[in-house]
Ligand binder design. Structure first.
Ligand code: ADP
Ligand code: MG
Length: 333
């Protein structure tokens, strides 16, 4: 099993950023309101994700670390309409096979209660011991790839790995405005984002994560057609220092990199006049979950739309209309 886990780890655990993503997705699935991410040395020395979600029962703690143990799917039919982010029961097993992992949790409101398990890249059944923990879960991952030197060697500089983590954090925090988020690196707080439930709060978060320049030069939009809804912000050509990497697209709350989506956006940009500009955007597409498959690949950045044509045309025409209306000095049309 250890080897199988390490092989699986190759798929899910590429670098500290992928660990953060998996742990945070678990925290989101647990119904947390607040998530804290803490790192040391770009995540290579330490990654800790702490949440205030439902927690894990004492008896389930060792199970959570075993492969294919998931509490999220009970039948194959359910796979069709998974609402939770993780469902394969591989992340914790994989991460614990290539790190020193500690899982502490409490399902109780009594903060003196709680349990923890420790796993050190071994297959041995982890032992459960009591530890006080507030309601929720903390996962601490130390010395990532300490026992897989080949993979450890692939880690880049602290700065680069940290950059990837911050990017993952940005995507996650942009996907859930209703949750509070903290990011700390080497004992310094980098982001502290309160939960936001109104448009002003949403804009504060976008500005905090992407910079005020992005927001000041962006057009806010919110358009619907049938069961499709597109909302968020797109950069206008006034944004002369637009960074090519500021492209965030969420489908039903999950970040997605998709050719069809990219094509529709690029087309709309090009058509309206923003020649030579990188489209920059934070956009949210909402549609009936029954017509989109978001679990095409384990890392889940891809989607498959049942009616790609319809989605493409909706994106293109919505953006085209919004951008044309915002075009400075010219009327729409
Ligand atoms: P998956 O998310 O695919 O189910 P994971 O290996 O990521 O698999 O997690 C295994 C199980 O551990 C989850 O199904 C869940 O029951 C439990 N778990 C992991 N992280 C948390 C958390 N932060 N809060 C509550 N339960 C958790
Ligand atoms: Mg998971």
């Amino acid at each position: 099993p250890r080897l199988a886990n390490q092989i699986a780890a190759g798929e899910v655990v590429e670098r500290p950023a992928s660990v953060v993503k998996e742990l945070v997705e678990n925290a989101i699935d647990a119904g947390s309101r607040r998530i804290e991410v803490e790192l040391e040395a770009g995540g290579a020395r330490l990654i800790r994700v702490r949440d205030d979600g439902g927690g894990i029962e004492e008896a389930d703690l060792p199970l959570a670390l075993s492969r294919h143990a998931t509490s999220k799917i009970v039948s194959l039919e359910e796979l069709e309409g998974v609402a939770s982010l993780g469902f394969r029961g591989e992340a914790l097993a994989s991460i614990s096979s290539v790190s020193r992992l500690e899982l502490a949790s409490n399902v109780d409101d009594d903060p003196t209660a709680g349990w923890r398990v420790v796993a050190e890249g071994r297959q041995m059944e982890p032992r459960v011991s009591p530890v006080p923990h507030p309601r929720g879960t903390s996962v601490t991952v130390r010395d990532l790839f300490f026992n897989t030197p080949a993979r450890r060697k692939f880690l880049r500089t602290e700065k680069t790995e940290y950059g990837h983590v911050e990017e993952a954090f940005r995507r996650l925090a942009l996907s859930r405005f209703d949750m509070a988020w903290t990011l700390r690196h080497n004992h310094k707080t980098v982001h502290q984002l309160p939960a936001a439930d109104d448009p002003a709060g949403h804009e504060r978060r976008v500005a905090a994560l992407l910079g005020k320049t992005f927001l000041d030069n962006a057009l806010h939009l919110d358009l619907s057609a049938g069961h499709l809804r597109l909302s968020g912000w797109v950069g206008l050509p006034t944004h002369s220092r637009a960074q090519a990497d500021q492209q965030y697209f969420f489908v039903n709350g999950r970040v997605v990199r998709d050719r069809l989506v990219a094509h529709a956006i690029r087309q709309a940009y090009r058509d309206v006049l923003f020649h030579g500009r990188h489209p920059v955007f934070v956009l949210y597409l909402q549609l009936d979950p029954a017509v989109v498959d978001v679990n095409v690949h384990p890392t889940k950045h891809e989607v498959r739309f049942r009616d790609g044509r319809l989605v493409h045309d909706f994106l293109f025409s919505s953006l085209h209309r919004a951008l044309a209306e915002a075009r400075p000095g010219e009327g729409a049309g």
